[in-house]
Write a protein that binds this ligand. Structure first.
Ligand code: GLU
Length: 487
């Protein structure tokens, strides 16, 4: 991407809810591009719409970026030479520029009421012409203005869009032209004095020295308005940021993913036990590839390989199954220490453990048994609960499977074998049970061991049986088998 200046990329969400998959894909590409070029990654919070952005969502956005490991160089908490980085703290700057635009004649006061604007839109709908402001207040006389004021009308500030068109080069889709017939004069400042997105974003990108705007394609049509603001600011063409609009992330059903869909919120993935590396890995390859068909990529590789040229121009489809598979891969790649750190909060939250040192020790012994099997961390509590329950009970669904004579016989025989065992480890347990149940009784392993699994872990689904029994201990196993025999 061509620019002579040192690269500065920004991620500038308006947190009107939890950040979602689309936002994070944008943030990740922004970050990766900044890291790839050795440039700066700037994080700005666009919170001028105070009716929709809350402090809680702002904080959550900051936390999410941190959690994902997308460290920013300028922005909230870390500061920087171009702050503040919350737009709500920059209102004076926007007001000053809006005033300048008014003075220059680039902008004007518009006194049209919402009802009048709606009537204009209605007329346009009927006449089947493009909707938009009709320029009513463009050239008001002093008398007209005085009359509006006398009526108690409050004015918004509108940007004057000249006739003609705006063309810019989008790094992903090439030259894009907007005919100004479809870009009517737009509001910069509301009647209450608050700035609109188009004003604030354009001013900040310029004042903060942003060189590259990589963002979702939903914002493509706002670009000519931003360029109009740059012109009014007197920015030289060379100092415009380079634009690249990333294609949408679509849902599996071909619908656009949206904030209103709970499953797109990153907080949801976090609660389910997706690892940040898995989310980043998956999203990195959603609409971009380094030129091969790999499915695994580390953050380091991403920063080495990421270029905007390789971003696809067609929409990407979100595939939950693929993300799950990648999450499973990342879980398997964790060291025991890391896996423990990630899993403990899930076990504590699900009340499997309180968090004592003794419990953590047992968790560490048990985790290798499930590391190969789970694809999300939130599967861990159900699999490990049997090791920690005070009042053991068999799953109601599984009781029938150990109630018949055949199952009771298996349990009775197992109990006898296990009682006689001198050494309690998974090899000795397995050896004794295989000899007795499979070789001597001729049972199918699945039948024999399902009964034991239910009796000792309470469920038909558990970590590997003999290792589970070893960890549970001889006494607990025998007590549970006796209890199962009494059911
Ligand atoms: N704040 C805008 C949004 O969240 C994005 C700004 C931009 O990337 O230009 O929709």
């Amino acid at each position: 991407m061509s620019t002579k200046r040192a690269v500065k990329v920004r991620f500038a969400p308006s947190p009107t809810g939890d950040l979602h998959v689309g936002n994070i894909r944008t943030a990740l590409f922004d970050w990766a591009y900044a890291r790839h070029t050795g440039g700066t990654f700037l994080f700005r919070i666009e919170d001028t719409d105070t009716t929709r952005v809350t402090d809680e969502y702002i904080q959550a956005a900051i936390e999410t970026l941190k959690w994902l490991g997308l460290q920013w160089d300028e922005g909230p908490e870390v500061g920087g030479a171009n702050g503040p980085y919350l737009q709500s703290q920059r209102l004076d700057i926007y007001a000053e520029w809006a005033q300048k635009f008014l003075t220059q004649g680039d902008a004007y006061h518009c006194y049209c009421s919402p009802d009048e604007l709606e009537a204009v839109r209605e007329g346009q709908r009927k006449a089947n012409v493009a909707p938009g402001y009709n320029g009513h207040c463009r050239d008001l006389t002093a008398e007209q203005i005085a009359a509006f004021k006398a009526q108690g009308r409050e004015a918004v500030v509108r940007m004057r869009m000249p006739d003609g068109s705006t063309t810019f080069t989008d790094e992903i889709r090439g030259d894009v032209t907007f005919d100004h017939k479809f870009v009517p004069d737009f509001v910069l400042v509301r009647a209450d004095g608050s700035p609109l997105y188009t004003l604030a974003v354009a001013i900040d990108d310029i004042l903060m020295g942003v060189t590259h705007v990589l963002r979702g394609e939903d914002l493509l049509s706002s670009t000519p308005r931003q360029i109009r603001v740059y012109q009014a600011m007197g920015v030289k063409l060379d100092d415009y940021p380079v634009f690249a609009h990333l294609p949408f992330v679509m849902g599996q059903d071909n619908a656009k993913l949206s904030k209103r869909n709970g499953e797109v919120s990153i907080a949801w993935y976090r609660e389910q036990g997706y690892l940040p590396e898995a989310i980043c890995n998956y999203l990195a390859l959603l609409g971009w590839s380094p030129g091969d068909d790999r499915e695994n990529i580390s953050m380091k590789e991403l920063t080495e390989l990421f270029t905007v040229e390789k971003v696809h121009s067609s929409p990407a489809r979100f595939d939950m199954k693929k993300l799950e598979a990648i999450n499973g891969d990342k879980i398997r790649a964790l060291s025991l220490e890391e896996f423990t750190t990630w899993t403990l909060p899930f076990l504590i939250k699900a009340n499997v453990i309180a968090g004592s040192a003794e419990e953590i020790e047992l968790v560490k012994q048990a985790l290798p048994l499930i590391q190969e099997r789970i694809v999300k961390l939130d599967e861990a509590p159900a699999l490990l609960r049997f090791l920690f329950v005070k009042e053991f009970a068999v799953d109601p669904d599984a009781v029938a499977k150990i109630s018949d004579d055949a199952a009771k016989d298996i349990l009775r025989r197992s109990k006898k074998e296990l009682e006689a065992l001198a050494a309690w480890n998974h090899e000795s347990i397995e050896g004794a049970l295989r000899t007795s149940l499979i070789e001597e009784l001729g049972l199918k392993p699945r039948i024999a061991f399902t009964a034991l699994r239910i009796a000792t872990t309470g469920s038909t689904i558990s970590p590997p049986l003999f290792e589970s029994m070893e960890l549970l201990g001889k006494e607990a196993c025998l007590t549970r088998i006796s209890a199962a025999l009494a059911l």
